[in-house]
Design a protein around this ligand. Structure first.
Ligand SMILES: [Mn+2]
Length: 508
């Protein structure tokens, strides 16, 4: 029997056997299915190295403290309840806490002594009610074996320990902020120190091999989920079905959380950058855009693909798709340490302008004049890409949302590339009435736009292509393997359509 990737088939149905001739696009045939997690077996999340990274960056920056009198303290997230309700929102660990511990247990804390470089993890006290409802939590011995920390204690010891540190000499206990998770200890803590934030963010900026393996695994789940979604058009009548398909396949692969709310749009909705309504009927619209990424062990992936609903690209859709593909390919080629990200972002604008002149959407000016007018920002309003890590828009990019250059305003990464960073390369071209009409109000911009030609493109909404890229010592490594070749995409979509609705497991 065909070992099918779309595993929700009715394997015994004779109808399926008849359809065996359809070329099956199993991920194993497309992706190099290396098991990245295998490399991590018998290794701990490198929390100790992480806390030492933070210390090193902190000492380089901070001259206000005697390092022998400084402690770092961060509380992980607690489980909170919805108001007037005994249920809690999905648990999402504090990323700074996770970076220093690798611990995903609600109600934990970490303390680091810069002088002796000792890390102490505090687990939540055992609560009999919790044990009844949720089972026995991890104990001290198991935690010591599991996590890369020097010592594990229960939280009941924390008050005395912090009190002793804070009342001795000139000690300072730095924390990020005062919040619900650390409000029992606020009197001992100094929040908001900018050097501490700087040290945390600079450390998180550069990913080590362990973190990269987690991210590669997340990217692999995402590749498979995009492939599944792209090949199941017969059961995707509504944008919500696309959303459901992606999440279903992510969970089947062990990823219970998405890195962010999936953006699943059709037709003109593809022009809304963070469209998350995901609830309209696709009907006879021609374009799909899905921006979705599975999360693995608190590490994110973030990938966007577009496809034609019936598998056949309309001329306009393919024209725009190829422009975005070129914007991505040309910028990606130049990715290496030392490269200015602003320069790549602006290069993507220049490519778009050149191709828009070719299509006749832009007219009445040279590439330089049109670039200088800023009108390209109405069609490519967001940044070329952002840092990716535990957060989808990861720390350390130092965006300048007040930049007087409107083309750079929304660029979330404003520093030269460095080996060990992970970035997304995600150019896009959109036909959003809101953005374009706003641009057309300015006659200095409007004169370059042929509105009659523009008419043909509204139906597409937009195209974005987004991959997850590791900056290496001499270039880059693209973690994203799901195809972006328009012909291959066509084949995958049509392969799914040929299988017909009955091929898929769908109850309603
Ligand atoms: Mn992104």
């Amino acid at each position: 029997m065909l070992k099918t990737f779309v595993s929700r088939t009715f394997a015994t149905s004779p109808a399926i056997t008849n359809k065996m001739a359809v070329p099956s696009l199993l991920p194993a045939q497309i992706f190099n299915h290396k098991n990245w997690l295998k490399d991590l077996e018998h290794k701990k999340y490198p929390a100790k190295q992480h806390v030492l990274n933070v210390k090193q960056h902190f000492l380089k920056k901070s001259s206000n403290f005697n390092p022998n009198e400084v402690f770092f303290f961060i509380s992980g997230e607690h489980l909170t309840l919805y108001p007037y309700c005994d249920q809690s929102p999905p648990f999402r660990q504090n990323r700074y806490f996770y970076y220093l511990t690798g611990v995903n247990i609600p109600g934990s804390h970490v303390l680091f002594n810069l002088k002796d470089e000792k890390t102490t993890l505090f687990l939540p006290d055992i609560d009999n009610d919790d044990v009844m409802w949720s089972g026995m939590p991890m104990g001290l011995k198991e935690a010591q074996e599991t996590f890369d920390v020097d010592e594990v204690k229960y939280s009941k010891d924390l008050e005395d320990i912090l009190h002793n540190i804070a009342t001795f000499g000139n000690n300072t206990i730095l924390t990020t902020d005062l919040n619900a998770a650390n409000n029992n200890y606020t009197q001992y803590l100094m929040p908001g120190n900018q050097d501490f934030f700087y040290a945390l963010d600079e450390s998180r900026l550069i990913k080590d091999e362990y973190e990269l393996a987690l991210m590669r695994h997340a990217a692999q789940i995402t590749d498979n989920s995009h492939l599944a979604t792209m090949s199941a058009v017969p059961i995707e009548e509504n944008e919500g079905h696309i959303h459901a398909e992606f999440v279903y396949h992510s969970i089947r692969q062990g990823s219970k959380s998405q890195s962010y709310d999936p953006i699943c749009c059709s037709g003109p909705n593809c022009g809304t950058l963070h469209y998350i309504k995901n609830d309209e009927t696709i009907g006879n619209r021609e374009s799909i855009l899905i921006d979705a990424g599975a999360e693995w062990s608190c590490y994110a992936s973030d990938v966007t693909r577009c496809w034609p609903v019936n598998g056949k690209w309309s001329a306009e859709h393919l024209e725009i798709y190829n422009i975005v593909l070129e914007m991505q390919a040309e910028t990606m080629k130049l990715i290496k340490p030392g490269q200015s990200w602003e320069e790549l972002h602006l290069l993507a604008h220049k490519i778009m302008i050149k191709r828009f002149l070719g299509l006749g959407i832009f007219e009445n000016g040279t590439e330089e004049e049109i670039y200088a007018s800023g009108i390209s920002g109405s069609f490519f309003p967001h940044g070329l890409g952002h840092l990716l890590g535990m957060d989808t828009h990861d720390v350390g990019g130092y965006a300048n949302y007040d930049d007087p250059n409107p083309l750079l305003k929304y660029l979330r990464l404003r520093r030269p590339l460095k080996a060990g960073m992970v970035v997304t390369d995600e150019p896009g071209v959109y036909f959003s009435p809101f953005l374009i009409e706003d641009g057309l109000k300015d006659p200095k911009k409007a004169k370059f736009v042929n509105q009659e030609v523009l008419e043909k493109y509204w139906k597409i909404g937009g195209v974005r292509i987004e991959d997850d890229i590791i900056i290496t010592n001499d270039g880059y490594d693209n973690m994203t393997q799901i195809t972006k070749d328009p012909q291959e995409i066509s084949k995958i979509v049509m392969g799914g359509i040929q299988k017909g609705r009955s091929y898929f497991h769908v109850i309603v």
